[in-house]
Write a protein that binds this ligand. Sequence first.
Ligand SMILES: [Zn+2]
Length: 300
Amino acid sequence: MPEGDSVWKAARSLRAQLVGRTVSRSNFRVPQLATADLSGRQVTAFDSYGKHLLTRFSGDLTLHTHFEMDGAWQVVGPGKALPRSFEDEIRLVLATDGPTAYALRMPVLKLLVTGDEASVVGHLGPDLLGPGWDEDEAVRRLSCSPGRPLIEALLDQRNLAGIGNLWAVETCFLRGHSPWTPVGEVDLRATVQLVRRMMRHSLDHPGQVTTGDTRRGRTHWVYGRAERPCRRCGTPVAFRDSVPNEHYARETWWCDRCQPGPAPSLSERPPRPGLRRGVDEESFGSRTRRLRGGTGLARG
Ligand SMILES: [Zn+2]
C-alpha cells in the first residue's frame, strides 16, 4: 500500500508535468463519473494530504483520488498512449495539450467542488509531510486513547496522516516498543519526530529505507523479514498475519527481544517451522508493473 511519502512524490511528479496544461480530453471509466467531462479545464494543482491526492482544475473543481492498496498514476509524453495491456486497469484518461495522465486501478475517484475538499480530507489528523504540519496536535490526538496499541494509533489517519504499515512497523522497532504497547507508555513526541524524519528523508531518496543501508535486502529492520535474524540481536523476527475485517490488524513484524511489551500469543503466529510468511523483502515492490518509456509513479 502506498504510504504518504509515495503519494507526496506522485504529487510532485504530476505537478511538474501537468500543472498549467489544459485538458483536451477526459475519459472516466468508473460508472459514477461516466458522463463527467473535464475538457477545456486547466490543471491548476496537485496536492497530497496523507495518502490522499487532490487534483485541482480551473472552475473550482477537485478530483479526489486515494490509492488504497494498488492504485497508481502513470504519465506518458505528448502523442503517446499506454500499451493495450493496461486497458483493463485504466480508470481515468486525462489527456492534455502536453502529456497524458492515467489513473490506474484507482479505487477512489471523486469529483467535488474545491471548496468542499474538507468533506474528503477534513477528518484526517495533521499531515506529516504537509505545509501545515502540527506536531503538538498529532501528539494530542495520539494521546487521547492511552490504552490503544501503538501500531494501531500510528496507522489511524485521524491521529496523523500519511503513515502506512511499513513506517509504523519500522518505527515500533526503532523506538524499542512492541507494536502492541499502549500509547500511554510511549514517548509520543519522540516517536512522531522519528517517523516524520524518516518519511521526509524518503522524499528525496529512492526507496523507503529505515536502516540507512540502501543495498538490496538490507533496507528494513523487521518489515518483511519474518523468521530472519534480527539485525540487532539475531533473534528470528516474529510475524503476525493480518486479521480479516480488522482494519488496523495488518501484517506485523517485530523482534521479541528488542521490542519488549505486549505481543500476540504464539498460537496467533504462523506455525514454526514453516514457510516464511508475509512480504518478502527481497521482492518488495516486484508486483509493480514498470512501464518502459513512461513515468512510473507512486507505488509504495
Ligand atoms: Zn532484536
